[in-house]
Design a protein around this ligand. Structure first.
Ligand code: ZN
Length: 249
């Protein structure tokens, strides 16, 4: 069984289409780590695309909650808040109820766990080793997929009794990197963000988990960033959100 791991799509249809094109034929099921919408210009089409993919396991993200009124928006920074309000106004009734019905993470799949933020809190950012260690020690399975930070890679607790970051090393332009899973290690895998990368690489990010081969492959793929930026500007979304897509930060 091979799983396509998607996180933080953020209503970026062009990025999602590029990912699905690149991943075609390489997966059997989809895992979604949340944040289908928020920031980007295509909340309906992206939500419809994910509904069509019919993920085997999916959790909601903080922006999915915000888009359906489950969040106090005063916690959001001004561009995120204004994008959330814009998204609320755009969503069709069907897509709104799909987002409303998404599960709070963590959720367990067969032999793995899926979270948006962390094992402790769906809204926690796992950016440092200390926080990652806490989640690694709580994880019911050796393998957890998460998102929220928009940084591709993740963390591991190695059998030599040390923790470390996982860096796929794709920033210099390579498009694929493989991680062979050791059954004695514990992993927190972040596939990276499809629609708004924040790891200095503007290319859309995703991962494929091949359970039979015990292998996680990280990918980056180019997509027409300019087209998305143009849509965002036309929609009146904050310019800062459009600009950051070309920086990958
Ligand atoms: Zn996000």
């Amino acid at each position: 069984m091979r799983f396509l791991i998607l996180a933080d799509i953020h209503a970026n249809l062009e990025a999602l289409e590029a990912v699905l094109e690149r991943a075609r034929g390489q997966f059997d099921q989809v895992i979604c780590c949340g944040d289908l919408v928020g920031y980007g210009p295509d909340p309906n089409r992206v939500t419809e695309a994910v509904r069509q993919l019919d993920p085997a396991v999916a959790v909601r993200g903080n922006h999915d909650k915000a888009a359906v009124g489950l969040t106090d928006l005063s916690w959001f920074n001004p561009p995120a808040r204004s994008a959330a309000l814009w998204t609320q106004a755009q969503l069709s009734e069907e897509n709104r109820s799909y987002l409303l019905g998404m599960l709070r993470g963590p959720v367990e799949g067969e032999g793995f766990t899926v979270a948006h933020g962390s094992l402790l809190d769906e809204d926690q950012y796992l950016l440092n080793l200390e926080d990652a260690l806490q989640s690694l020690s709580l994880a019911p399975h050796r393998l957890t997929f998460f998102g929220h930070t928009h940084v591709q890679g993740g963390f591991a607790w190695f059998k030599e009794q040390r923790a470390g970051r996982l860096d796929p090393g794709l920033r210099k332009g390579a498009a694929e990197s493989r991680l062979a899973l050791d059954s004695e290690n514990r992993y927190l895998i972040n596939p990276g963000s499809v629609g708004q990368p924040r790891d200095d690489d503007p290319r859309a990010a995703f991962a494929v988990y091949d359970r039979g081969k015990a292998l996680v492959s990280y990918f980056r793929v180019e997509y027409p960033v300019g087209r998305v930026q143009q849509k965002m500007r036309r929609a009146g979304l904050p310019g800062y959100l459009a600009d950051r897509l070309s920086r990958g930060w």
